[in-house]
Design a binder for this molecule. Structure first.
Ligand code: C5P
Length: 215
């Protein structure tokens, strides 16, 4: 069975997907990391996304998820794909591109084939797996999301201005919600959870209750 989790940047999707999948013994697929890998390929090649060579590299891309690390064509890119620069290239240039979206969609369906998998992203329940029997949409207000990102970065000794982070998050929300192809939206039938005032455990509890009802 495929369980979809969508929502805006910083709503807690990644951590919650990992924890939820662990508890129910499912695999997990972080589709944002896949778009980020395309952004890294683009940045390193210095080519436009319509370029045939870059498109071939995207088709040949080998992405492996291994113990919370991301390997792109054999190289560990876990940190490189999480910079502020890659955040923006991904949401402004890469994820709106039709070729990229359709290839990512094909690849995601292939990676999830015949698996019990929690898939996390922006268009999982609305576009890639519209027939999923269990869909979640996690959200939180921009201020809370910026604060979470601020604290995560601080743990890594990276100091960022909270207001600036909030502006970046709002920009990514705007780009993700307003693109032409498969924008971020609440999928039909999704369970909406606002995580602004909830702890990780409280969100997990809600999701597990819903999961147990349908299984
Ligand atoms: O989830 P994460 O913040 O890593 O995603 C990075 C970007 O990838 C998002 O801002 C969005 O532009 C794009 N994305 C997407 N569709 C998905 C997953 C991510 O467009 N399914």
């Amino acid at each position: 069975m495929i369980i979809t989790i969508d929502g805006p940047a910083g709503a807690g999707k990644s951590t919650i997907s990992q924890e939820f999948a662990k508890v129910i013994n499912y695999d997990v697929l972080d589709t944002g990391a896949m778009y980020r890998c395309v952004a890294l390929l683009k940045k390193e090649s210095d080519l436009v996304l319509n370029d045939a060579k870059l498109q071939q590299d995207i088709l040949n891309m080998d992405i492996v998820f291994q113990n919370n690390e991301v390997l792109l064509n054999g190289k560990n890119v876990t940190k490189e794909i999480r910079t502020a620069e890659i955040d923006i290239i991904t949401s402004v240039e890469v994820s709106p591109h039709y070729f990229v979206r359709s290839e990512m969609c094909n690849l995601q369906r292939k990676m999830a084939e015949d698996k019990n998998m929690v898939v996390e992203g922006r268009d999982m329940g609305s576009n890639v797996f519209p027939n999923s029997p269990l869909k979640f949409y996690l959200t939180a207000n921009a201020n809370v999301r910026a604060k979470r990102r601020h604290d995560q970065l601080l743990e890594k000794n990276i100091h960022r201005d909270l207001k600036e982070l909030e502006r970046e998050i709002e920009k990514r929300d705007f780009e993700d919600m307003n693109r032409v192809h498969n924008p971020l939206c609440i999928p039909e039938g999704a369970h909406i959870i606002d995580t602004s005032d909830l702890s990780l455990q409280e969100v997990l509890q809600k999701m597990l209750e819903i999961f147990q009802k349908i299984s």
